[in-house]
Design a protein around this ligand. Structure first.
Ligand code: SF4
Length: 621
């Protein structure tokens, strides 16, 4: 089938056996790639109620129909599994060159199951695979592992010590990029799989290469035009606006602004620079940044933090020491841990410690207490062991569940939903748990892009949230980079001519119209010309909606219910007394009811038969 290699490599690490798996063509068309493939494969290949860190769990790494065709921003890989942090499905997008190199092996992806008897790496060259002893790699940090496996012709992913020790929020790294959320690195570690190295020369068949040129040129142009205006410090520039809008997580989300925010803002990062040459294949945006930190012998340049590590390891812990935040974020990368979940877990531990409920040397504002804990968490030594299981697990052990700022067990990222109600609804209904990247409702609600809408109005918000979730789900099926989408998903000309107040009015009051303000026709055309199947705006959105519903079915099968679609009490029952959103809480219960209805789910959040039929989802699920 055009656009695809036509097979997955299905490996069982327990006995070292492997065979090809061919997905039915009809399902390929329905789910397109990436996240859609991952969910379908898990629902069909993973036994219900499997323990996430057991050999039974399955790790899927999937590419999409556009991967490796020289279209920048469409070359990520998506990693899907049952999360050890949440017990839900989780799908994490991974930048770098791994997706392209995997497809060049002649596979659309990998299906990994079982547990190796000893630490191993998987090597795939030109369609031939080998499982090799990981030898001295086990125990090495991410940078050292990637150095030892470096190859000019291959792409490599690996885990750090946190993944080896099954820290429930461990990451998988590909160069400077990470699959950050949901603990995919812990699942890789549970299989005693340290790294995967892939490379080959397979060429994906393309239905109409001549016509593909037009959308490709358009995407390239948009990325190039945006490359210069992409913030020099990446997403770090958002600290200021979050503070101003009162949604900056501060003191375990008990406050919405941080009086020392300037010390951790984009301005404070002026030493940081975008680092050329670390981008994903062909992407001119080059979004990676680097910073200088002091060492015993001078200074060294390290991977710079974006908005999320800055606030989750900064304001949320009441820490304003930029050097220690940059250092801790880099150590997270080296050890293979998600800084968002780490920040949420440490904030809860600090609040428990303040209440005298936990005996840990952890206090809000004390930067020097955090650094030494990180290696202990990654290796599960001493107090690090319980912190390695996340905030929800601390709540289970010590009580005070209301202090765990989690949804479905996943620590919330750095936007307070009291001031961004659409984002709050998206957190509560995201199939992977408390993640913002499945909808990016903060973009219009907090950052005012592509049009500013009030974060504290419910009107029109539910429809817009459903649209955004379906859109980002579609983008994950195409394996598109979310960051690059800020550059490529432009507003059409008829919208850009509008005054911003009018744009905001439409976005806030007429969600049907406002959703058409986002133009992703380049992507639709590219998929159509590559596969030879017509995917227009509606069919692409339908792929996303189908995938989202299939994820819901996966979670229901695993025992989750509508009771899990809830925000922590702090956000729905404890308004701030002062600041721009004083007196406001996210009106979630009311919004949820309408959301279920709009999604075609019944009153307890189960997709109706009619809805499944409409989406052509197999009734066996
Ligand atoms: S914006 Fe950054 S992460 Fe996205 S494709 Fe470009 S270099 Fe990769």
């Amino acid at each position: 089938m055009d656009g695809y290699a036509g097979k997955f490599l299905n490996l069982n690490l327990s006995d070292g056996s492997g065979k090809d798996f061919v997905m039915p063509e009809e399902e390929v068309q329905k789910y397109l790639g990436g996240r859609g493939f991952g969910v379908w494969l898990l629902l069909n290949g993973l036994e219900p109620h499997a323990e996430p860190l057991s050999p039974e769990n399955v790790l899927v790494i999937a590419t999409g129909p556009l991967t490796g065709l020289g279209i920048p921003s469409l070359n990520h890989a998506v990693i899907c599994t049952k999360s050890p942090l949440t017990g839900t499905i989780t799908c994490a997008s991974l930048g770098g060159n791994f997706g392209v190199k995997l497809k060049s092996c002649g596979y659309d992806g990998l299906i990994l199951r079982g547990r190796s008897p000893r630490p191993v790496i998987i090597d795939i060259t030109a369609g031939k695979w080998k499982i090799r002893d990981a030898g001295k790699l086990w125990g090495q940090n991410v940078v050292r592992t990637l150095e030892l496996l470096e190859s000019d012709v291959a792409g490599t992913i690996c885990i750090g010590p946190a993944g080896e020790n099954m820290v429930r929020y461990a990451t998988i790294a590909s160069g400077e990029h990470t699959a950050q959320r949901g603990g995919t690195g812990a699942v890789m570690g549970s299989k005693l799989l340290k790294a995967i190295r892939v490379g080959g020369s397979y060429q994906t068949p393309v239905f109409d290469r001549d016509r593909l040129g037009k959308p490709v040129t358009s995407v390239k142009l948009k990325l190039k035009e945006s490359a210069d205006s992409f913030p020099r410090y990446g997403t770090a520039g958002n600290v200021e606006i979050s503070h101003e809008k009162g949604v900056l997580p501060t003191r375990n989300f008990s406050m919405g602004s941080f009086d020392r925010y300037l010390k951790i803002s984009g301005e404070a990062l002026r030493e940081g620079i975008r680092r050329k040459g670390l981008s994903c294949p062909g992407c001119p945006v080059d979004c990676a940044t680097e910073m200088k930190i002091a060492t015993k012998t001078g200074t060294m340049r390290v991977k710079g933090p974006g908005y999320q590590p800055l606030v989750m390891l900064g304001s949320n812990l009441m820490i304003d020491d930029l050097d220690s935040i940059v250092r801790n974020n880099y150590v997270c990368y080296l050890l293979g841990m998600d800084p968002i979940s780490l920040g949420g877990t440490l904030a809860m531990a600090m609040e428990l410690s303040e209440k005298g409920r936990i005996d840990l040397p952890l206090h809000f504002g004390s930067a020097r207490e955090v650094g030494p804990l990180l290696p202990l968490i990654a290796t599960r030594r001493g107090p690090g062991d319980e912190l390695a299981n996340g905030a929800a697990s601390l709540a289970q052990k010590y009580g005070y569940g209301d202090l765990a700022m989690v949804v479905k067990g996943m620590e919330l990222p750095g936007y307070d939903p009291r001031g961004a109600w659409g984002q709050g609804l998206a957190y509560s209904t995201c199939p992977s748990g408390g993640s913002h990247i499945g909808s990016m409702m903060v973009s219009p609600e907090v950052q005012g892009k592509p049009a500013a809408i009030s974060g504290t109005r419910a009107s029109g918000k539910i429809k817009l949230t459903v649209f955004a979730q379906n859109l980002f789900s579609s983008l994950d099926c195409m394996v598109a980079c979310h960051k690059a989408c800020y550059c490529t998903l432009v507003v059409p000309d008829w919208v850009s001519g509008m005054p911003s107040w009018l744009r905001g009015f439409f976005a806030g009051h007429m969600p049907g119209l406002s959703s058409s303000m986002v133009d992703f026709s380049d992507y639709c055309q590219a998929v159509s010309f590559v596969t030879g199947i017509k995917y227009d705006r509606n069919t692409v959105l339908r792929v996303g909606e189908r995938t989202f519903n299939l994820e819901r079915l996966f979670n229901l099968r695993e025992g989750l219910t509508s009771k899990d679609d809830i925000l922590p009490l702090r956000f729905i029952g404890e308004p701030f007394r002062e600041g721009p959103i004083s007196g406001k809480v996210a009106p979630l219960p009311k919004m949820l009811f309408k959301y279920y209805k709009l999604r075609g789910w019944n009153e307890v959040g189960i997709p109706t038969e009619h809805q499944l039929k409409k989406l052509s989802i197999d009734e066996q699920y």
